[in-house]
Design a protein around this ligand. Structure first.
Ligand code: ADP
Length: 532
């Protein structure tokens, strides 16, 4: 009987132990399963670390808490602490090469300390830990941190706890590396997206069949449709001007580029660079970068027109001067009146030459970043206006244009540079006469603006006017509305540019109001002089 009882007890104990064992295995595989599942769910690194420590505390019997430390430079930083822990004191950072963790990393093996009093490597921090287990976290033979469990009881763990922790640590390390990689990829993707979204250049990605895989906001804006509606379309069926980009050759091996003109309505010149995309085996498509070079090309065109124009403008007065001087030298002109007329023409042409050369010098100085030198003084506006009108009288008379002035006597003097003010007035009046057909009218007026200490001077004409689309460019250097007009002489496209810069340097503003065929008003302000 007693034998029977004993054997029954032994059996019972055995099946108890087997049950324990089974339950333990279940806990282990459960923990492993959940860590792997966490990885599949693409948890953030922090969420994953929390899951690992919670599962480890659940799976390792008699563990009070579990902690993950990750290697950061020379130190092991605590990154997650199991939630079940009574004391929520975060674990401290540890220097690598010290303590039990240091030993685990050095030996690349799980370290069991059944009684911390007996282990000289244990660093006492007053945490009440009596026994602990530390497993190194290794990914691709690289140490990335430690996973540890501890207990306030001595000899809390056994061989199977050691094996379990080692197993969990190897799975956790894998999961951590993957989560890190995922986070890095995500961050990289966001960085790339931010760059593409804020880029002024257009970027388009095509697959192997030339269907649009992605398009950045700058290019979608040019096409006038949201990116979502463009993606998926074949390049040739996408909204204007995208099909024109197909003009660039899409080579499988090399980068190619092309300059493409969009034509109306955009009227842009686009520089398109196409780079092939491929992995090690095959071509994946192309990336197209689209840079708007309209302004650069216009400026180049303006510059080359300008050079031709200036040569012409210099040659005309030079030929005239040379011709009249030759006549005078040949002494074929006998009467005094004709001699005087010839000399006066030579004088006018010389002044024209001087003006062009002066403008060229001004522009090159401004382009080089120099400030305009000013000799400021108190200037009487009616007097300056009369001087300018006198200089243009002949020109106006030749075209039968009526030149009038409306200058109140009460105008206060302005603070300006007399010579530069003449330059602005002569340019505006000269333009008004130049761009007004014979028989028209040009008016020079001035008034005091009472709201601000300013005088406003206006040159109005009844001329050809300026189209609205040209006004924003009028004050740009080299700009001319109708470059092909044959009737123009003395035109370089520099006058208004220099005039605006001069007025601004004098502390005023130069503006235009104009309508085609109705005439133009150019007005500028100058500060009233405070000198007595
Ligand atoms: P330009 O030497 O060609 O006259 P400006 O810089 O003085 O150069 O003027 C630039 C352009 O603005 C001119 O080419 C002309 O087309 C236009 N413009 C200037 N003034 C007038 C005006 N009063 N009426 C019509 N067009 C004008």
């Amino acid at each position: 009987m007693s034998l029977g009882y004993d054997s029954m007890r032994a059996n019972l104990f055995e099946s108890d132990a087997a049950l324990d064992e089974m339950q333990q295995r279940l806990r282990e595989s459960n923990a492993l399963f959940r860590v792997v599942q966490g990885l599949a769910e693409n948890l953030s690194l922090d969420q994953l670390l929390q899951l690992i420590v919670d599962e480890v505390t659940r799976a390792v019997p008699s563990a009070d808490k579990a902690v993950v430390h990750l290697l950061q430079g020379e130190s092991l930083e605590p990154r997650a602490l199991s939630r079940r822990t009574g004391d929520r004191q975060p674990s401290a950072a540890m220097r690598t090469g010290f303590g039990i963790a240091g030993r685990a990393l050095q030996l690349k093996q799980t370290q069991y300390v059944p009684d911390v009093r007996l282990d000289p490597d244990f660093v006492e921090r007053g945490t009440g830990i009596k026994s602990l287990l530390v497993a190194p976290l290794m990914a691709d033979a690289q140490i990335i941190g430690t996973l540890s469990v501890d207990s306030h009881k001595r000899r809390a763990f056994d061989e199977s706890s050691c094996q379990l922790l080692a197993l969990l640590a190897s799975q956790a390390a894998l999961a951590i590396e993957k989560a890190r990689l995922f986070e890095e990829t995500l961050a990289e993707k966001r960085r790339l997206e931010a760059i593409l979204n804020t880029m002024l250049d257009g970027v388009l990605m095509l697959d192997r069949n030339q269907c649009i895989v992605s398009i950045n906001p700058a290019l979608a804006r040019m096409a006038g449709q949201p990116a979502t509606q463009i993606v998926g379309a074949h390049l040739t069926a996408a909204p204007y001007p995208l099909p024109l980009l197909a003009q660039v050759s899409l080579s499988e091996v090399e980068v190619s580029s092309a300059e493409i003109k969009t034509g109306a309505p955009l009227n842009k010149t686009l520089n398109v660079v196409a780079s092939p995309l491929h992995d090690s085996r095959q071509g994946l498509g192309h990336v197209l970068v689209v840079h708007d070079v309209t302004r650069e090309r216009e400026l180049l065109q303006l510059k080359s027109d300008f050079v031709a124009n200036v040569s012409h403008e210099l040659r005309t007065p030079l030929f005239a001067i040379a011709g009249f001087v030759r006549l005078l030298l040949a002494e074929q002109v006998n009467d005094e009146a004709t001699r005087r007329e010839f000399l006066s023409i030579i004088g006018q042409q010389t002044e024209q030459l001087t003006n062009i050369v002066g403008d060229l010098l001004d522009v090159s100085r401004l382009e080089a970043g120099y400030q305009i030198e000013l000799k400021l003084g108190s200037i009487d506006v009616p007097q300056a206006a009369r001087d300018a009108l006198a200089r243009l009288e002949t020109l106006a008379r030749d075209k039968e244009i009526t030149l009038t002035a409306q200058l109140p006597d009460s105008l206060p003097p302005v603070r300006a540079d007399g010579r530069r003010l003449q330059q602005v007035l002569v340019n505006l009046l000269g333009n008004a006469i130049k761009y007004t057909p014979n028989g028209g009218q040009v008016l020079l007026s001035a008034r005091q603006i009472h709201a601000a200490p300013l005088v406003e001077i206006t040159v109005s004409d009844t001329g050809i006017g300026i189209p609205a689309e040209a006004t924003p460019h009028l004050f740009e250097r080299y700009y001319q509305v109708d470059r092909t007009a044959t009737h123009k002489t003395n035109s370089t496209g520099l006058g208004l540019h220099i005039s605006r810069r001069l007025v601004e340097a004098l502390g005023g503003e130069l503006r235009v109001e104009s309508a085609p065929a109705r005439g133009s008003h150019f007005s500028f302000t100058l500060p009233i002089s405070t000198e007595r």
